[in-house]
Design a protein around this ligand. Structure first.
Ligand code: ADP
Length: 756
């Protein structure tokens, strides 16, 4: 988020003497007055003061040490930054909701300054509008079409395609040969006309010459055909090599990204970049960039030949060219705009599809197919309308330009015809020049479409390069090996938020002994899964650190660490493939026997061997051919395969029926022995084996202790247990009264034994 906007020159000049050399740490825009009028002002934050500046006038300067607190509050559809909220409050600035997140961040920054701590908020450029020109970025990107360095992008495509340079050199040779034959063919035709076909009545003495010239024409045609085929083969090889490398690189990069980044970009967008955008660049290289060399070679060749043979004729051919270039230049920006609009709508169409297919179950469950079809139809109709309009424009304007360009050939025929009639030029020579004129004009026509292709390729390349340029957190230089770890885990004053301005976990302190089982408890949204996410190293703590055996978790080699971590989540994901391969996913080098042993520990062996294909059973996409409980037991087998020192169980039995739950609980009870375990369970009864229960409330550790201790304390945990007992009693009453609940019931407290 951008937190340090440049001050307008006038305001910068006014504020400078007030700050007396102090550095501006942050500068935030605000856009409302106290009476709700729109305005344009800035809040400047330095280490010791806040200054409010508007239209070149300083409205207020507040020393930081005069504040006892700061609060970013929400008003009616707007926000306010208020000083001293608990003492003698006064407003600092007002703003629209557009700046809410920014001022939530300002609250943290100023609180840090009041506490004498260096603020950690970093100003980054993740705005939706370009800071240079104020135009919106391309959707889901930080690319401004208007300000981006288009030439730089093309140069980068060139650099990235380095492995294909050899092919390009070969292509250049092919093009030269091709241009040579294309230039030579009209000359052969000229000779055919002038030396044979117009020698009426010459009889059979010219037959050998005729044969020779026809053979030469045939040879030229054969040569251009062979060269054409060669050109296609080589350019396809080059572009496929290029796109394979590019796709691998971008995929590797996405895999190395933190989870937060991948979640931020939606899956469809990333897939589109890895597949669609790289494909567009490939098409550009194969069909446009390579062809452009051909066209340029031919254009220059024809121009040289025409000028050197007959300058007057050349002049006539070239007359319409400047006019055509002028027109093309005028029209291309409008064409570009239309195509960009079209692509934006195509993106929306892809998003719509992606959204629906990801949630197809929900669509079906709620019977919303018709609504989704209507929504899709409306987006598809917009795409159709915009595409039709664009194509209509392109196919009206370009034929007109083509006609204007072709005008030169009428001059050539007129002038050349007069020369032929006056016997100053041979008919064949005129035909030769007409063919050359045709060459030149079709090249120009091709060039007129070039801006569109380039623009398309540049946009795609920018989207690809944007991912490639994302910063990946550095891997520790000397990572510790996690082999032989004991499993002592410490959360030391850990604070974390998915959004940097909103903490989800606050100052978590927790010491966990090796082999201890910790049950994480709390209301929904308290931060239990977030704690586990940090432990799984899916995110990094903003403040404080997690230690493993006394060393920072971050210092361990990530792959080593993951080998020592067993995870069973509520909905275990299975990859399409066999059961055996799914178990082996945790440790690809595990033998079949080891996988089977793991399956036995996970109570999965029995059901697997009863399947027709046993361990080779194909589980289907996302494991859909198996029941929830079966999937879960395979996930447990996968988790224990690498004999991890730390186990994470996040609602591992939440989505299964009572009978299966018992089998899974039994398996879990077996596998957590001797391993440090963190378990989250909605049904508190399932945490009965926990050595300690940690109760989280709004991101803080509220209570720690055993079940009995916490019940005695009669705090949050006792309240949760009571609520669940009531639910269970209700559920039993409904069942006894002929309710529809059965063993498959999944409501809270249903199924398992009541909480102790
Ligand atoms: P619990 O597991 O206790 O139910 P979570 O740790 O899942 O709670 O969530 C804590 C808070 O973090 C919630 O307010 C939730 O909305 C938010 N949250 C969880 N995951 C994300 C995410 N990936 N991005 C942004 N916010 C998230």
């Amino acid at each position: 988020m951008q937190l340090n906007y440049p001050l307008p020159t006038e305001s910068a000049a006014v504020i400078e003497p007030v700050l007396s050399g102090e550095e501006i740490l942050y500068c935030l825009p605000y856009d409302l007055t106290a009476s709700g009028q729109f305005t344009e002002g800035f809040l400047v934050i330095t280490k010791t003061r806040l200054a409010v500046i508007n239209g070149g006038e300083i409205e207020r300067v507040v020393p930081v040490n005069s504040l006892d607190g700061i609060c970013c509050g929400e008003l009616n559809s707007s926000g306010m930054l208020e000083a001293n909220p608990t003492g003698d409050p006064f407003p600092i600035v007002f703003f629209t909701m557009e700046h809410m997140a920014r001022y939530s961040m300002a609250e943290r920054i100023i609180t840090d300054l009041i506490d004498g701590v260096q603020p950690r908020a970093v100003s980054t450029d993740d705005e939706k509008k370009c800071p240079n020109c104020g135009r919106p970025f391309i959707r889901n990107t930080r690319i401004c079409r208007h300000c981006s360095d288009r030439m730089g992008v093309l140069k980068r495509i060139w650099k990235v395609s380095r492995p294909c340079w050899g092919y390009y050199a070969l292509l250049l040779l092919i093009f030269w040969a091709n241009s040579g034959f294309m230039l030579y063919s009209p000359y052969v035709s000229k000779r055919l006309i002038d030396e044979v076909l117009t020698k009426f009545g010459a009889g059979s003495e010219l037959l050998p010459h005729l044969l020779w010239l026809v053979a030469l024409t045939g040879l030229c045609s054969l040569a251009t055909t062979i060269i054409g085929a060669l050109r296609e083969i080589v350019s396809a090889k080059a572009s496929n090599l290029f796109v394979r490398d590019l796709r691998n690189d971008i995929y590797k990069k996405v895999q190395s990204m933190p989870l937060g980044y991948i979640e931020e970009k939606n899956a469809g967008d990333l897939m589109h970049r890895i597949n669609g955008d790289t494909g567009r660049i490939q098409q550009f290289i194969q069909n446009v960039a390579v062809q452009a060399i051909n066209e340029i070679c031919l254009f220059i060749g024809v121009a040289i030949v025409v000028v050197s043979f007959n300058p007057m004729m050349a002049l006539l051919i070239l007359i319409p060219i400047p006019i055509a270039l002028f027109l093309i230049n005028r029209i291309s920006s409008s064409v570009r705009r239309r195509y960009h609009k079209q692509w934006r709508w195509m993106d929306k169409l892809t998003d719509a599809l992606n959204n629906v297919f990801n949630g197809i179950k929900v669509v079906k469950v709620f019977g919303q197919e018709e609504r989704e079809v209507k929504h899709f139809e409306s987006v598809a109709s917009s795409v159709r309308d915009i595409t039709c309009k664009t194509e209509q424009y392109v196919y009206t304007v370009f034929p007109i330009i083509r006609f204007l360009i072709g005008f030169g050939s009428y001059f050539v025929t007129m002038y050349g015809g007069a020369l032929v009639l006056g016997k100053q030029m041979e008919l064949g020579e005129l035909m030769q020049f007409s063919t050359y004129a045709g060459y030149l004009y079709s090249r120009l026509e091709w060039f007129s479409m070039l801006p569109r292709h380039i623009s398309q390729a540049i946009t795609s390349a920018q989207r690809v390069f944007e991912v490639m340029d994302e910063d990946v957190p550095p891997v520790p230089t000397a990572p510790l090996s996690a082999d032989g770890i004991e499993g002592y885990v410490d959360f030391n004053n850990v604070t974390f938020g998915y959004k940097s301005y909103k903490s989800v976990l606050k100052n978590i302190d927790l010491n966990v002994q090796k082999g201890e089982m910790i049950g994480l408890v709390g209301h929904s949204g308290a931060g239990k899964s977030t704690m586990i996410n940090l432990l799984m190293r899916l995110y990094k703590a903003d403040e404080g650190e997690i230690k493993l055996d006394g060393n920072s978790l971050e210092d361990y080699s990530i792959s080593d660490y993951k080998n020592n971590l067993g995870v069973v989540l509520q909905e275990s994901y299975l990859f399409s493939g066999s059961i055996l391969n799914n178990i082996r996913y945790a440790r690809p080098d595990a033998s079949d026997d080891e996988c089977i042993r793991a399956a036995k520990i996970a109570n999965a062996h029995e059901f697997i061997i009863n399947l027709p294909d046993g361990y080779d059973t194909y589980v289907g996409e996302k494991g859909q051919r198996l029941s929830g409980g079966e999937r879960q037991r395979i996930a447990i087998a996968r988790a224990v395969l690498s004999d991890p020192k730390i186990m994470i169980l996040d609602e591992a039995t939440a989505s299964v029926d009572t009978e299966t739950e018992q089998q899974i609980q039994e398996a879990l009870g077996r596998i957590i022995k001797g391993r440090t375990t963190f378990a989250i369970a909605h049904r508190l009864s399932t945490l009965k084996n926990a050595n300690r229960l940690v109760v989280l409330e709004e991101g803080r550790v509220a209570e720690v202790g055993s079940h009995n201790e916490l019940m005695e304390k009669d705090g949050i945990y006792a309240g949760l247990v009571r609520a669940q007992r009531t639910m269970t009693a209700l559920s039993v009453a409904i069942d006894d009264g002929g309710g529809r609940g059965g063993p498959g019931g999944r409501g809270p407290g249903r199924g398992g034994p009541p909480p102790r």
